[in-house]
Design a protein around this ligand. Structure first.
Ligand code: ADE
Length: 230
């Protein structure tokens, strides 16, 4: 079950998260005692000129985030060897080759007290970062972003909205698309006022006040929608 979460994001672009932090549900989650911190990779690099990346061994396009830079940043921030760190908190490397994010995994993360999200840039991470510093490698879809920041925001958004206090309605995160309550299926359709618009009517059962019939109608509609792709 979701408790308080301390979410740290290791990034080259901490300012991106200022905007994210100012979003209403994130602000609500933070006000409820959850935490979202950023850690600037460049601030801690042991290399000169703020260098954080390098050309890939074996050749090829792009640049790769260096393992020594990530080591130094995590060590400076947490005061311990990142190899140890990952035995104490969830450390997630965001990478297109990782496991696909889904509701079950988000639920799992919402139950973790401490999470660190590692954002790659350019061609991504030196693989030793993923192997030795991370507990998980996570992808938000089969496409490549310019960096892990947007993916980290997706993970943080999905986790934070599950936390107590983030959403106006305690129940709204329970019975939603892909949730256990809906057996992993997409959510049923929603309607609101007006009951008729340009001749398009809201299904009568939803106006009937028969809660059991409404529940059954919703379950049916949810089942009719396609199963989640994995
Ligand atoms: N970094 C770049 N592309 C990504 C993706 N699809 N998921 C997670 N992190 C990424």
């Amino acid at each position: 079950m979701a408790g308080r979460v301390q979410l740290d994001v290791v990034t080259l672009f901490p300012a991106w998260f200022d905007w994210f932090r100012s979003q209403r549900h994130v602000m609500a989650a933070l006000a409820a005692g959850n935490d979202l911190r950023t850690l600037d990779l460049r601030e801690h690099t042991p290399l000169s000129g703020g260098q954080v990346d390098d050309t890939p061994y074996g050749g090829g396009a792009g640049m790769v985030l260096r393992v020594d830079v990530m080591d130094a940043a995590l060590r400076a921030f947490y005061g311990e060897d990142p190899v140890q760190l990952r035995t104490q908190r969830r450390v997630i490397a965001l990478t297109p080759g990782g496991r696909l994010l889904d509701d079950r995994f988000v639920d799992e993360l919402a139950g973790e007290p401490e999470i660190t999200l590692l954002c790659g840039r350019y061609e991504g991470f030196d693989e030793r970062i993923v192997q030795h510093f991370a507990t998980d490698a996570v992808s938000i879809g089969h496409y490549v972003l310019a960096g892990g920041e947007l993916a980290a925001m997706v993970v943080a958004d999905a986790v934070m909205r599950k936390l107590p206090g983030a959403l106006g309605h305690a129940g709204s995160a329970l019975e939603e698309s892909f949730s256990v309550a809906l057996e992993g299926r997409p959510e049923y359709p929603h309607y609101t006022r007006p009951a008729e618009y340009r001749g398009w009517k809201v299904p009568g059962v939803l106006l009937s006040g028969h809660h059991e019939e409404i529940r059954s109608w919703r379950r049916q509609r949810s089942r009719e929608r396609s199963a989640p792709s994995t």
